[in-house]
Design a protein around this ligand. Structure first.
Ligand code: NDP
Length: 288
């Protein structure tokens, strides 16, 4: 069994970003974050992304709105960011309060600055395999982990468990696209005999949001397992009272695998690294 070290691979990506960003001087790639409300996970994700941006020589600005912000006020801010040539990427941290329809909000961001890849244009271009699409950062991180750890994907059967717009669907589109060339199955909560479906996989991408849901009986010996899940489970030995586990029962599954990502330290750091890469790319493109 080989452990795919997401921290180390994310550092490789970030050092490439740092070098390429330095070459753009005096222009500084700028990602503008927008947060609505004080959801603790969102506060910590945005803080982490801002810190990483600073580490790779990028500018990260943040505008926080109260959770009852009107759509008019939020859209006016997004329009201002779209029209500001010093801003190269715009990221609205999800989840959003119920009165703000996510698709509409994501679509308000100019496609050229949609570094999160959630807009309809970005997703359409990704599926059409057109150049210039920003792939959503977590699925892009999944594919980059496979590529940089030397996992052969062409002709392999990838089973993606989860069909969200943020992870499952774009992960499946990327694995299917030319370059990865997997045969792809997408499974979800209505899939019949999930264990039998996942057992067919050469590559499993678990994006379910249920702690240790993928168990050893679902894994074909020799499979590669990428665990996207981030779940808090109670742990009295921790000061916080919880610890983070993935969607895969790591201890039981790992011995069967050719390679597997840990949680934490797998896909998580890659999500942040791919956001930096997308922002850098947006900045480079804006310079022609
Ligand atoms: P969603 O809740 O949006 O989607 C979960 C998916 O899992 C759905 O498609 C759902 O099916 C499916 N599912 C739920 N229960 C079952 C079941 N019993 N059997 C089969 N499929 C099931 O979650 P996300 O995609 O946003 O996130 C998935 C996980 O990834 C979470 O743990 C999240 O925290 C983590 N995550 C990690 C990131 C990172 O940076 N590492 C970034 C984003 C997310 P259905 O559609 O039928 O309901």
């Amino acid at each position: 069994m080989r452990l795919i070290d997401g921290n180390a691979i994310a550092q490789q990506v970030l050092s490439e970003v740092r070098e390429r960003a330095a070459r753009l001087s005096p222009v500084v790639p700028h990602v503008a974050f927008v947060r609505v409300g004080e959801d603790p996970a969102s506060v910590s994700y945005v803080a982490k992304k801002q810190k990483t941006a600073a580490e790779v020589g990028m500018k990260a600005s943040l505008r926080v709105f109260a959770s009852d912000v009107s759509r008019t006020e939020l859209f006016a801010h997004l329009d201002a960011l779209n029209n500001d040539p010093s801003v190269h990427g715009v990221l609205i941290q999800a989840p959003l309060p119920k009165h703000l329809p996510e698709t509409e909000v994501f679509n308000r961001v100019s496609p050229a600055k949609d570094v999160d890849g959630f807009g309809t244009q970005s997703i359409g271009r990704l599926v059409q395999e057109l150049p210039g699409a920003f792939a959503a950062c977590t699925p892009a991180g999944v594919v980059e982990l496979l590529r940089r750890s030397g996992v052969e994907t062409a002709g392999k059967h990838a089973v993606v468990v989860g069909r969200s717009l943020i992870v499952g669907k774009p992960a499946a589109a990327l694995l299917l696209a030319k370059g990865c060339d997997c045969t792809v199955t997408i499974a979800h909560s209505k899939t019949r005999d999930l264990a039998a479906v996942v057992r067919q996989a050469d590559i499993v991408v678990a994006a379910i949001g249920r702690p240790r849901f993928i168990t050893a009986d679902m894994i074909r010996p020799g499979a590669v397992v990428i665990d996207v899940g981030i779940n808090r489970v109670p742990d009295a030995t921790k000061k916080s009272g919880y610890r983070i586990v993935g969607d895969v029962d790591f201890d039981a599954v790992a011995p069967l695998c050719e390679a597997i990502t840990p949680v934490p330290g797998g896909v998580g750091p890659m999500t942040v690294a791919m956001l930096m890469m997308n922002t850098l790319t947006a900045c480079e493109r804006s310079r022609g």
